[in-house]
Design a protein around this ligand. Structure first.
Ligand SMILES: NC(=O)c1ccc[n+]([C@@H]2O[C@H](COP(=O)([O-])OP(=O)(O)OC[C@H]3O[C@@H](n4cnc5c(N)ncnc54)[C@H](O)[C@@H]3O)[C@@H](O)[C@H]2O)c1
Length: 328
């Protein structure tokens, strides 16, 4: 199909849609209780979910596993390439929510084989995949050096970053997102099993405010997170008409294992109270505050949210770099 005929097809579809549902009708639909659409909730009832990077003790992945279980997921694969805390997490969640099947599994999020393997397992055991939360991260060890020497968690300077480190950031943070979108999107189109009648699903990837602007990470980390945001945008169009949504979350400064060194350093200096003070809420965030957004994006409550990058940063990325109330 030529570009011009594709464009004219889209235009005629759009005008047909507008002809069927005029804005005034839309308004009537919303205010007429009898015609109100089925309410959507943050419930994950009946949904099969996979989370990568769920293996750290204070991480966003772990907090999300709890949120997904609390909200009725039928099965949750908790995965990471480090497995020291995965089994105990599975046991704790199962004890609290016996109705949820929790499966701990070693998955390297950058391995085509591993990612496809865990998705195939979900299809084999449950017949469906509904949610994939691509949350694993690699962060340059030089961040640690930078924090300790300069006292700011902005990551390694470009002069201290070589091409190999740059590629490693892109490989882990970028490739893991690509594989998630590729394999999860394919699996979410499988129907006729596990009670799934129509294609659909939600892929959520953890990006960062570092992927939106400079100042929140090293150049390689920030660039890899910008790639994650772009893949959420492009991924949403890859699955057009299949009801598969792809969104990114952009956390600000969250207290997790990844940022532990920053928090420990500030505590040792007696400046812990200053962490996060540059955002309008003047505090840092905790993993459960990101998990609740992951839950929203995973659930049907966000059924019309697609291709977006949602900041969860206390307003950091919305504000200019001034201390609240001080202009000079
Ligand atoms: N904590 C923050 O302030 C912050 C800010 C912005 C974005 N993020 C993003 O949030 C996500 C979660 O990070 P977190 O803060 O919970 O950190 P975390 O260190 O607590 O968790 C990250 C997990 O990813 C795992 N991981 C790393 N490479 C992997 C791989 N190849 N395969 C599978 N697992 C792998 C680690 O083992 C770890 O358990 C990351 O994508 C991170 O970039 C965090």
């Amino acid at each position: 199909m030529s570009n011009s005929s594709a464009a004219s097809d889209r235009l005629s579809l759009l005008s047909a849609h507008l002809a069927v549902v005029a804005p005034s009708q839309l308004h009537r639909q919303q205010t007429n209780a009898a015609a109100a659409p089925t309410p959507v909730t943050t419930s994950l009832a009946g949904k099969v979910c996979i989370i990568t990077g769920a293996g750290s003790v204070h991480g966003i992945g772990r907090a999300s596993a709890w949120a997904f279980a609390q909200n009725g997921a039928v099965a949750i694969y908790i995965t990471d390439f480090r497995v020291d805390h995965l089994e105990s997490l599975a046991q704790e969640i199962t004890a609290a929510y016996p109705g949820v099947k929790v499966i701990a599994r070693r998955v390297d999020a950058t391995s085509d084989e591993d990612v496809k393997g865990v998705i195939d397992d979900a299809i084999e055991k449950f017949g469906r995949l509904d949610v994939f939360f691509a949350n694993a991260v690699w962060i340059d060890i030089l961040l640690v050096v930078c924090v300790q020497t300069a006292g700011v968690a902005t990551g390694a300077h470009i002069k201290d970053t070589d091409g190999q480190q740059f590629m490693e950031s892109m490989r882990i943070n970028g490739l893991s997102t690509f594989l998630a979108i590729k394999h999860a999107g394919a699996a979410m189109q499988i129907t006729g099993k596990g009670g799934k009648e129509k294609t659909g699903g939600s892929i959520v990837a953890t990006a960062s405010v570092a992927g939106v602007r400079s100042g929140a990470g090293s150049l390689d980390y920030s660039a890899s997170k910008a790639a994650v945001i772009n893949m959420a945008q492009c991924g949403s169009t890859q699955y057009a008409k299949a009801n598969i949504r792809v969104n990114a979350i952009c956390p600000g400064l969250i207290e997790t294992d990844m940022t532990k060194i920053t928090f420990d350093y500030a505590k040792a200096r007696g400046t812990a109270h200053k962490i996060g003070q540059l955002n309008p809420l003047a505090r840092y965030g905790v993993a459960s505050e990101v998990a609740s957004v992951a839950l929203f994006l995973a659930s049907d409550a966000s059924s019309y949210v697609n291709g977006q990058a949602w900041a969860v940063d206390g307003g950091l990325s919305a504000s200019l770099p001034v201390a609240p109330g001080r202009f000079f």
